[in-house]
Ligand binder design. Structure first.
Ligand code: FAD
Length: 453
């Protein structure tokens, strides 16, 4: 039998491509070498949010304690949290397997690779060969390391290993002040760990608006984190049951655990891609405007390296499935892609930052801003640091960035506002509920504008 579609990888990209295609009436096989749900469900978005969700009350109560309306000690049981997370993930995988069955998708458990125009799957029971009309590569990404920073699985860990820990360390060094490192550092902090963050760049969250980095740094300072910037790490090892980080200045930092979170790279090795005419650039699958890598071969999600976010993978997957099913022949358009750093404080961003708007049209790039200190919901939560910033170009909203307590809840309205290119008149026409954090977004939209540059 020839499948209409074979998908390799069952993360958000692969799973959604398979499910949509089956929904369009195509005969689909989904190949997965490890767990349904991929990185996002098993080693990424979901376990980190289970940790952050279970511990968020700790941070909130600390804030209330500072207002002298709460006292005493609150504790989260880490082994119990890990047990709950394990059950939750297994339950979700089971539900996904049932969904595949219901959709008539053949799940082939094993490692897939391309050979002679077919997909060869190494399963526990030998090789299975799948013939296809169309193929979707959704093999995702894995942690990558600079030489000398490889984890040893003992005291030096990558994010996969960190999420599998049985005990939370009492001291933690995080190498890499990006979203993954900062979310995990926040959890360790809530369990009382002494946190040190080391980065080669000159600010935390270096891909964000510099004002966001500044706001985060001031919170981390209040939490008494050691944030060491513009530092180069020469090596990391486990010595005498401790993680030891050596800077290029030979200075050493010791901690119970060291988390190396310096980036992720596509999983594309050993798939036989080049022989199938698929081009790779820095391990990323090169795709055209239709997300096509070679005739009838598509790549979605982290594998094509466009953007490493689960919802971006899913959005690409929906498009590719529709294209294969003949529902669209238009090129892929992502629209503005929202991103969020979860925790407390949170960061949300969608669309352009100031510098990008300036480069697009320096004559009309403007920003307007509202501070959370004036917001009643931020005040109620005793967490008033942060701001919402709106970026304008030619009188229309082209970006929104926010940092502070709970700002992730602004991300969907902000995405719609950017997508629709609101003017200030659109803000005037819309009722924002009171009291709500959303009012900060309204205040930022209506705030005094400053020219960028
Ligand atoms: P993946 O989810 O990586 O799935 C790829 C799948 O392919 C895997 O299951 C793998 O086993 C399988 N596979 C690979 N090769 C083969 C093969 N040869 N044969 C068979 N199967 C194969 N994103 C967000 O949007 N929000 C977040 O909050 C967020 N938090 C994160 C936190 C952490 C700690 C990490 C590490 C990532 C986080 N991400 C988050 C990123 C998100 O997890 C990824 O962007 C997303 O999982 C990418 O989806 P994907 O389908 O492209 O690949």
């Amino acid at each position: 039998m020839t499948y209409d579609l074979v998908v390799i990888g069952a993360g958000p990209g692969g799973f959604d491509a398979a499910a949509d295609a089956a929904g369009y009436g195509l005969k689909v096989a989904l190949v997965e070498k490890q767990f349904l749900g991929g990185t996002c469900l098993n080693r990424g978005c979901i376990p980190t949010k289970l940790w952050l969700g279970a511990t968020s009350a700790v941070e909130e109560l600390h804030n209330q304690a500072k207002m002298k309306v709460a006292s005493g000690e609150v504790k989260v049981d880490f082994p119990a949290l890990q047990a709950r997370a394990g059950k939750h993930l297994a339950g979700t995988r089971k539900a996904m397997a049932m969904q595949l069955k219901k959709l008539g998708i053949d799940l082939i458990e094993g490692t897939g690779r391309l050979r002679d125009g077919k997909v060869s799957v190494e399963t526990g029971n030998g090789e299975q060969v799948l013939e296809y009309e169309n193929l979707v590569l959704a093999t995702g990404s894995k942690p990558v390391f600079f030489p000398g920073l490889e984890p040893d699985g003992d005291c030096v860990l990558d994010s996969d290993m960190f999420l599998a820990m049985e005990e939370m360390p009492r001291s933690l060094v995080v190498i890499g002040a990006g979203f993954i490192g900062l979310e995990m550092a926040q959890v360790a902090h809530r369990f009382g760990a002494k946190v040190t963050v080391v980065d080669a760049m000159d600010r935390v969250a270096p891909l964000e608006d510099p004002e966001v980095s500044k706001a985060l740094a001031s919170v981390f300072k209040r939490w008494k984190w050691d944030v060491l910037l513009e530092k180069r790490v020469a090596g990391v090892t486990t010595e005498g049951g401790k993680g030891v980080l050596t800077l290029d200045t030979r200075e050493k930092i010791e901690a119970d655990k060291i988390l190396v979170a310096v980036g992720r790279g596509p999983v594309t090795e050993g798939l036989g891609l080049e022989q199938a005419g698929v081009e790779l650039m820095m391990n990323k699958v090169v795709v055209d405007e239709n997300l096509m890598a070679a005739p009838n071969i598509y790549a979605v999600g982290d594998a094509n390296g466009h953007i490493q976010l689960a919802h971006a993978a899913s959005h690409q997957a929906h498009y590719v499935a529709a294209r294969i099913a003949g529902r669209t022949d238009a090129p892929y358009e992502s629209g503005p892609v929202p991103s969020v750093l979860y925790g407390a404080p949170e960061v949300m961003r969608v669309g352009m930052m100031d510098n990008e708007a300036f480069l697009t049209d320096f004559d009309t790039a403007e920003t307007s801003k509202a501070m959370l200190a004036a917001n009643p919901m931020a005040q109620a939560h005793a967490s008033t640091q942060g701001f919402v910033k709106v970026v304008w170009s030619a009188g229309k909203v082209v970006g929104v960035t926010a940092v502070g307590h709970d700002v992730s809840r602004l991300v969907t309205p902000a995405t719609m506002i950017v997508q629709q290119g609101w003017t200030v008149e659109d803000a005037d026409k819309t009722i924002f509920p009171h009291p709500s954090l959303d009012e900060s977004l309204l205040m930022a939209l209506k705030g005094e504008r400053t020219r960028v540059g």
